[in-house]
Design a protein around this ligand. Structure first.
Ligand code: IMP
Ligand code: MG
Length: 176
C-alpha cells in the first residue's frame, strides 16, 4: 500500500502574508469600486474566506463549480460549469475570479469564457498558488500569490480525494 507523507511547503504564517499582500494589491486597484468575487468551489473556499476579510474594498461573493473527473479519467470536452452564477449579477460588474491553484489552466480558461459572455465591466483572475510547469492553456493571472513546484499539494482548501482541506498549512504529498 502506498504511504503518504506530508511535507510542509507553506506555513499558515507564510500563507497569511501572501493573502494580506494580495488583498492590498486588490484594494489598491479597485479603490472606490465594488467587486464581485466569483470563487471556484470547492478548493478556493478557505482562501476566499481569508482574502475577503483582509480586503477593504466592498465585495459581493458568489461561487461557481466545474465538473471534476475521477482520477485517471481522460477528459475529452474539458471542464464543464455545473454550478453557475446569474447573468444579471455579473453584467456591468467588476468581477474577480478566485482560484486556489492554477494548474493546467483549463478550469480558469473555461470560467473566463463563461463569465465574459455575461458582460462584466471587467474580469480578472486571482490565484493563491501558481504551478506554471503544468500549464496547458495560456490564461491571465492578475493576482498571483506564490509560485509552487510541480508537486501534489494539500491543505488550506486543497484536497487529496476530498481529504486534508481543513489543514491550516500547505503540504506536498510525498509517496513512499
Ligand atoms: P486546472 O488549472 O484546470 O488544471 O485545475 C486546477 C484545479 O485542480 C484546482 O482548482 C485544484 O482543485 C486542482 N488541483 C491542481 N493542482 C492541485 C494540487 O496540487 N492539489 C490539489 N488540487 C489540485
Ligand atoms: Mg479547484
Amino acid at each position: 500500500m502506498t504511504q503518504h507523507k506530508l511535507v510542509l511547503l507553506l506555513s499558515r504564517q507564510e500563507i497569511g502574508e501572501v493573502v494580506r499582500r494580495l488583498a492590498a494589491e486588490i484594494d489598491r486597484d479597485y479603490a472606490g469600486r465594488e467587486l464581485l468575487l466569483v470563487v471556484i468551489l470547492r478548493g478556493a473556499f478557505v482562501f476566499a474566506a481569508d482574502l475577503v476579510r483582509e480586503m477593504r474594498t466592498p465585495v459581493r461573493v458568489d461561487f461557481v463549480r466545474i465538473s471534476s473527473y475521477p482520477t485517471g479519467t481522460v477528459t475529452t470536452g474539458g471542464p464543464r460549469v455545473v454550478t453557475g452564477v446569474r447573468r444579471e449579477e455579473v453584467r456591468g460588474r467588476d468581477v474577480l475570479l478566485v482560484e486556489d491553484i492554477l494548474d493546467t489552466g483549463l478550469s480558469v480558461d473555461r470560467l473566463l469564457k463563461y463569465l465574459r459572455r455575461m458582460g462584466p465591466a471587467s474580469l480578472r483572475v486571482c490565484a493563491l498558488l501558481d504551478k506554471p510547469s503544468r500549464r496547458r492553456v495560456d490564461v491571465p493571472l492578475h493576482y498571483r500569490g506564490t509560485t509552487v513546484p510541480d508537486r501534489f499539494l494539500v491543505g488550506y482548501g486543497l484536497d487529496m480525494d476530498q481529504r486534508c482541506r481543513n489543514l491550516s498549512d500547505i503540504y506536498w504529498v510525498q509517496e513512499s
